[in-house]
Ligand binder design. Sequence first.
Ligand SMILES: Nc1ncnc2c1ncn2[C@@H]1O[C@H](COP(=O)(O)OP(=O)(O)O)[C@@H](O)[C@H]1O
Ligand SMILES: [Mg+2]
Length: 362
Amino acid sequence: MVRAALISLGSTSSKWTQEAMKKYFDEVDVLSLKDMEVSFSGDTSEVLHMSEKISRYDCIFAKGSFRYAQLLGSMSAILERGCYMPLRSTSFSIGHDKLLTQLALHQADVPMPTTTIVSTVQAAKKLLEKLHFPIILKFPHGTGGKGVIYADSILVAKGILDALSALRQPFIIQEFIDTGGRDVRAFVIGDRVIAAYQRVASGKDIRANIHSGGSGEQIELDSSTKKLCVRAAQAVGADIAGVDLLMSHRGPLFLEVNLSPGLQGITATTGIDVADEIGRYLYQQTVERKAKIDKKNAQEIMKELESEQESVEQEIITGLEFRGNKVLLPEIITRLTKFNESADYKFTTSKEYLEIKRFDIQ
Ligand SMILES: Nc1ncnc2c1ncn2[C@@H]1O[C@H](COP(=O)(O)OP(=O)(O)O)[C@@H](O)[C@H]1O
Ligand SMILES: [Mg+2]
């Protein structure tokens, strides 16, 4: 019996995922992220759904928007010890923050546009003097293209910075990569890009997000770009992710790793059943994890049995294997007695009787 839970905000993409998971797992529970609660003290911790402790699952796919990053992170930190989770607990704080994502990508040697953070608006304005325009100003927590602002001159950028400072809105400054309003969304599952498509911004918009009016087109990625996509997802700690990148003349430049990527756009454009790929992968990983644990448990039980047997006297009835006039001891006896070539042994014999003892042990 392999049981799974999907914890999400219940979007259409989550419903598709839930249906796909049901095809593979014996049982799938669907829990709303909004009904989850995590509590912990010195030595106990619990994850509750509608104030009740959740059941035991073999796999939990927990996802949601950046507003729930803390809840998702703490919930996963507790649950991931006991089941397979495709998103690591640490992935939520990184993946839901564009600055931390760029930093993680940088540390994993994934190419990206030059990204800068400064402490104050004054410092940002000073920096503007040195930059080539246009530039991009970005909210660390924006999604769907909503937190991405294009500034084509220093004057415009200064005006935007004043507005951001009045709103106390943190921002990052990024080099603008001209791709004619196109970006690429690659869907990574495990160590593969299972689908990818190109999004084209509508009109003069530079943001290619479908939510910002972009439209999808087919694209084939080369193998080195695919490898970088997988590395980007892994840098954030995600087995399932939507990776955004720009195809520049310098090669692919990576923007972000979405932990709760939409399925509609990519499924419609590529014709690939992404939800089914997710369901199948989750099931495979869960079964593999279970098998590993079962094997480990079996090995531990064997070890325990052997050490129990060591201290107890055993009677073993067996034939004797002769090599000429010499006798070989059966393997079970050498295993249990721990006899070895480097020690000396004392033999006590009489007719039809033999006792062997290590010489240094009385
Ligand atoms: N540095 C950049 N240069 C050019 N276009 C960019 C840049 N950053 C973002 N964009 C455009 O804006 C879109 C949204 O940016 P992204 O960082 O993915 O944030 P979001 O979470 O809002 O999708 C991108 O898909 C791309 O089309
Ligand atoms: Mg994006």
